[in-house]
Ligand binder design. Structure first.
Ligand SMILES: Nc1nc2c(ncn2[C@@H]2O[C@H](COP(=O)(O)OP(=O)(O)OP(=O)(O)O)[C@@H](O)[C@H]2O)c(=O)[nH]1
Ligand SMILES: [Zn+2]
Length: 377
């Protein structure tokens, strides 16, 4: 294979999250590279209606022309192309041509992880919001923001994506922060949970296990949770676009130019995508995986279809009563199970409609008859 050092400038690529020397490439990637010998890897950093912006090195983002089938919005409506077949932020692609004017994407490389959500405003579509991420930091403040149920929701969305979730509780320095109680409330999650002060440089050391070279991380969490504060601390820069600045700006927008891909001193790259903020189940989540503790107990209920409400012999309720299981966690389990089931139904309906549209007889019904079409000239 003709993989030269020039098409693989590893140090430059590593800053944007590439960690595969040519000889260690996944076969699917190697095959695409072989099919496009003149192409080089680049990473999708921004996705706009008008197209993509990609990076080949850190801090330089250029527009890139994409494949025509990714540009036609209509092809999605007609179900000709699966939205997941289209690049998303974090995706690795192959590009040819010179930036900034004639860069073009020639292939999408297969993903090793993808965080998806049900698209906002539509019921049945799925969107990849971030691809090829290693770790997602679920950020939650130890103040009024603290909400184990919301954390469970984030974890549910991340479960099965191939991404490692880590819960980061910020504001541990606040007088009203009850770190012990919070850790206790989250003990059932089965993922790493850390409490820290996002303004303290020591936060970077605490998160170091997930910040190694070639790793890609994202931050999710509600507004005010401390994501920007933590980003700045990880970057090692003084607070720029958080609190103080923003409080003086009534519109709540920072003026700093937004950068979607940041290189951290520890070697990892931080991907900051606005799409991560609004999260809805897609219907493909595995509630059982995120709530393995509740599921294990549910298997011991007397009735297979136990709703854990009034049924006799309910092991889940027994565990709640004995203090083994948090009643709010169970309530959230039931709520999220319903939501996922609802989303799964809509997804199934959508897929059935798509299959229906492909039946030739039905498809023709969309066209006007020839006499109709010519009648009015
Ligand atoms: N005391 C303390 N304050 C913090 C900590 N983390 C964040 N804050 C403060 O909380 C406020 C909100 O933090 P941001 O970093 O702007 O929150 P964000 O998650 O980026 O919010 P959005 O940009 O709206 O999504 C700011 O005033 C921060 O200074 C922390 O660990 N300790
Ligand atoms: Zn039960």
């Amino acid at each position: 294979m003709s993989l030269s050092a020039t098409s693989f400038p590893l140090p430059a690529l590593s800053a944007i999250g590439w960690r595969w020397p040519p000889q260690a490439l996944e076969p699917g990637w190697a095959a695409l590279l072989a099919a496009h010998p003149a192409a080089r890897p680049a990473r999708i950093v921004e996705q706009h209606r008008s197209g993509y912006r990609v990076a080949e090195v850190i801090d330089q983002v250029d527009p890139a022309e994409s494949l025509p089938e990714w540009q036609r919005a209509g092809s999605y409506r007609k179900g000709e192309i699966n939205p997941e077949a289209r690049p998303a932020v974090g995706d690795w692609v192959l590009v040819e041509g010179e930036a900034p004017k004639s860069l073009r994407i020639v292939a999408l490389l297969p993903r090793f992880s993808a965080i998806k959500r049900g698209a906002a405003g539509e019921h049945y579509r799925q969107q990849v919001i971030a691809a090829n991420i290693d770790t997602v930091f679920v950020v939650c403040g130890l103040d009024a923001d603290f909400n184990p149920r919301r954390i469970e929701r984030y974890l549910l969305l991340v479960a099965g994506s191939g991404v490692q979730p880590v819960v980061v509780l910020t504001k541990s320095d606040r007088a009203d922060a009850d770190v012990e109680a919070a850790l206790q409330a989250l003990r059932a999650l089965g993922v790493p949970v850390l409490a820290l002060n996002a303004r303290d440089p020591a936060a970077a050391a605490a998160l170091a296990p997930w910040l190694g070279a070639g790793c890609s991380v994202v931050l999710v969490g509600s507004s005010g949770a401390g994501k920007s504060t933590l980003s700045n601390t990880l970057l090692g820069i003084e607070k720029m676009k958080t609190g103080a600045v923003r409080e003086s700006d009534a519109r709540g927008r920072h003026t700093t130019t937004h950068r979607a891909l940041l290189a951290l001193p520890e070697g990892a790259c931080l991907i900051d995508t606005p799409g991560m903020r609004e999260l809805k189940p897609t219907g493909e989540e595995d509630v059982a995986e995120s709530f393995a503790d509740v599921e294990a107990l549910a298997e011991q209920c007397r009735f297979r279809d136990c709703k854990h409400a009034q049924e006799p012999g309910c092991a889940v309720r027994a565990a709640v009563e004995s203090g083994e299981l948090d009643v709010h966690r169970v309530a959230n389990f039931l709520k999220l199970s319903d939501e996922v089931a609802g989303a799964a139904n809509r997804l199934a309906t959508r897929l059935a409609q798509k299959a229906d549209a492909k039946v030739p007889g039905k498809a023709k019904a969309q066209y006007r008859r020839p006499d109709e079409r010519h009648g009015r000239h």
